[in-house]
Ligand binder design. Structure first.
Ligand SMILES: NC(=O)c1ccc[n+]([C@@H]2O[C@H](COP(=O)([O-])OP(=O)(O)OC[C@H]3O[C@@H](n4cnc5c(N)ncnc54)[C@H](OP(=O)(O)O)[C@@H]3O)[C@@H](O)[C@H]2O)c1
Length: 345
């Protein structure tokens, strides 16, 4: 497929788009956000990336989620996004929410990991340069850091906003207790946290214990990442492991797909079929059934996947009976690889 060199955004892009307010803030997010963790590094053709990003924006997905370390190699997803942004999206800058993060390992040395002011501010500047942006819309602390006082991390986020580098700030994978502490400090500084980004899916339900309630009480929105459990909650692995898939390319732990989990996938697939949906669509609708969830943060390796996922928003609401049936199979499957970071503080 060839692409016109000059991108003209679809005129009807907002016709079916749905938005939700992030907690008690003024910021609205699309119900589906596209993340660039995988599929946007230098291991993927730039044209495919461009095609997926264009298709997303054309369908009303106004939010792209990045981080300093997305690739491979780390930094390349931001560079590639920057190239495509310059070619296609620059005239639409004010229509877009672009987020980035720092916290996980980015580069060697003491300033390439954690939550110090040195790492966060330096990393934000590097992200802006890679993407060719003057500011990001949301900047996150990507994971708790047990070595840095939370006051230092949150004051660095406050500084990003005051210095014009970010419009809003948030945290990712913070426990309920740490979220409360962080929000108290942020409020005292005058830059309340707008949003929390935790993992959440039918196979990873930790946020239902108390994080969802905490965020609601603290006025924060929730953007739920890996809503498809990295592709497990789809038809991707029903007939084995495709060579070109997250599991086939060893970008996800092989332990995540065991016999028990495959059985649950098959059962959920059949419930989705009865609803007239694909499993991926049901997984997205399920995450969005919670009013505390502002946006379902998904990935896609093709335009077809993206289109299928966006169509999840047309689904009928779940009946009590359907939710009960899903609950039998929607249980924690040991796939929360971010749990260690959450529990580190
Ligand atoms: N804050 C954090 O610490 C953190 C951590 C992880 C992710 N995130 C964010 O969350 C975003 C989403 O994470 P994720 O990529 O793990 O999300 P995901 O939506 O759970 O998984 C995406 C993968 O699922 C497969 N897929 C998607 N739609 C499909 C469909 N309709 N049918 C079949 N397979 C489908 C694709 O896998 P194949 O490649 O096999 O086709 C795709 O790459 C990331 O890009 C990032 O922005 C944040």
């Amino acid at each position: 497929m060839t692409y016109p060199d000059v991108y003209k955004a679809a005129e009807d892009r907002y016709e079916n788009a749905k938005f939700r307010r992030s907690g008690q803030t003024g910021l609205k997010l699309p119900e589906i956000t596209l993340g660039l963790w995988h599929n946007f590094g230098n291991d993927r053709p730039l044209n495919t990336q461009r095609e997926i990003l264009r298709a997303a924006f054309d369908a009303g997905v106004t939010h792209f989620d990045l981080a300093n370390n997305y690739g491979p190699p780390p930094g390349s997803a931001e560079e590639n996004f920057g190239r495509i942004f310059a070619q296609d999206f620059k005239p639409h800058r004010e229509e877009l929410l672009i987020s980035s993060k720092a916290g996980w390992r980015m580069q060697d040395g003491p300033y390439g990991f954690g939550g110090s002011r040195k790492y966060i501010v330096g990393s934000c500047d590097a992200s802006l340069k890679r993407m060719g942006l003057d500011y990001v819309d949301i900047f996150y602390h990507h994971r708790p850091d047990p070595e840095t006082p939370i006051e230092e991390t949150i004051s660095a986020l406050d500084f990003l906003v005051r210095s014009g580098r970010a419009l809003y700030v948030g945290v990712s994978s913070y426990s309920p207790e740490l979220t409360r502490r962080a929000q108290k400090i942020a409020r005292e500084l005058g830059t309340p946290l707008t949003i929390h980004q935790p993992s959440y899916s039918m196979f990873n339900r930790w946020i239902e214990d108390s994080l969802l309630e905490t965020c609601a009480e603290e006025g924060m929105g929730v953007i739920a990442f890996s809503a498809l459990a990295q592709g497990l909650l789809s038809n991707r692995y029903l007939d084995g492991v495709p060579e070109h898939s997250r599991l086939g390319e060893h970008k996800m732990s092989e332990d995540f797909l065991n016999e028990d989990t495959l059985k649950a996938i098959r059962e959920l697939h059949s419930i989705a079929e009865q609803r007239g949906q694909t499993l991926a669509q049901m997984a997205i609708a399920w995450v969005l059934r919670r009013p505390e969830v502002t946006s379902a943060l998904i990935g896609a390796s093709s335009v077809e996947q993206l289109h299928q996922n966006i169509a999840a928003l047309d689904a009928a609401p779940f009946s009590e009976e359907e939710l009960n049936k899903i609950d039998q199979w929607a249980t924690d499957r040991g796939i929360n690889q971010w749990q260690g970071a959450t529990e580190s503080v």
